[in-house]
Write a protein of this length. Structure first.
Length: 306
């Protein structure tokens, strides 16, 4: 009988060592399942230690035949040693005694009913655990997705910062190059003037005349005959899905920075700019790194935003 109960417990998926303890601690399959349910959260080592200690049982006096066991702490009676051990493990009671009172065994109908109830309890508990596991898995997936999104956002932000730095570096390099060209041009002009002055002095010496001192160069501010056009800014008409957006920005602003303005101020995702006249398409890191002046969008331009 015990081997049959053990086999049934193992077929239900219970751990072998716990199932063997349940068989020892109970009388039949219902008691065994009840014991397993009550002790499912108790460590196996603790159950084994309790098994070795066991409850103390007082013997009946004289030659009387013990027909049952009774718990002196709660007066509950048991048919067998296994039932008494099961009660001791569940309640923590340790004071038991033998009794001459016979307890009627469960009928087959009562056993079946109790077994059905215990199986339903086990089934409900496992279903509840499955729901808990599913919710835990869902929470873990949400945490993973959130961590992935945050990581992606950080990566994209770093890429934007690098693009801005690269565009600023290119602008500075262009400014430095223009300043260097101006210095070289000024030096060439100064050298030409110096050679002209020396040639004039040599000619005057040959002719026996005195060369008048060179006049100081006129200040640059008095030279221009007409005001120069201001191409330090660009007036942009940006055609978006929500209508036209007008912006006036410095000529050294990059297309990437214009896209960032539209994303932050107008809640738009920009992948490209299109100029119809003349037909040009600006997209990708290379084009977005250009300034408006480099892209030929100064002093004004009309762009379609996509």
């Amino acid at each position: 009988m015990s081997q049959s109960v053990l086999d049934q417990l193992l077929e239900m998926g219970f751990d072998k060592e716990r199932a063997e303890l349940a068989v020892k601690k109970s009388d039949g399959l219902p008691d065994a399942m009840d014991w397993l349910e009550k002790n499912q959260d108790t460590p196996l080592e603790e159950l084994l230690a309790e098994e070795e200690a066991g409850p103390s049982v007082a013997k009946v006096e004289g030659d009387a035949l013990a027909m049952s066991l009774v718990c002196n702490e709660c007066n509950k009676k048991f048919r067998s040693q296994r039932e008494a051990e099961f009660h001791a493990n569940k309640s923590g009671h340790t004071d038991f005694a033998e009794s001459t009172e016979e307890i009627a065994p469960l009928t087959e109908e009562e056993k079946k009913q109790r077994l059905t109830e215990l199986r339903e309890k086990v089934k409900a508990k496992r279903a509840n655990q499955a729901v808990i596991d599913k919710e835990e898995q869902k929470r873990n997936e949400q945490i993973r997705q959130k961590a992935t999104k945050e990581s992606q956002d950080i990566k994209e932000n770093l890429q934007r910062q690098e693009q801005i730095k690269e565009a600023a570096k290119k602008r500075q390099e262009k400014v430095d190059e223009m300043e260097a060209k101006k210095r070289i041009k000024a030096k060439i002009e100064a050298d030409k003037e110096e050679r002209r002055r020396k040639a004039e002095e040599a000619k005057a010496a040959r002719e026996g005349r005195t060369v008048p001192p060179a006049a100081a160069p006129a200040p640059a501010a008095a030279a221009p005959a007409r005001p120069a056009a201001n191409h330090n800014e660009s007036r942009l008409r940006l055609q978006t899905s929500g209508g036209n957006v007008m912006k006036t920005v410095p000529a050294e602003t990059t297309l990437f920075e214009v896209a960032q303005m539209l994303e932050s101020e107008n809640d738009l995702t920009v992948t490209k700019f299109i100029q119809n006249f003349p037909r040009k398409v600006f997209e990708g890191n290379l084009d977005f790194g250009k300034t408006l002046k480099e892209a030929g969008l100064v002093p004004s331009a009309a762009l379609v935003v996509q």
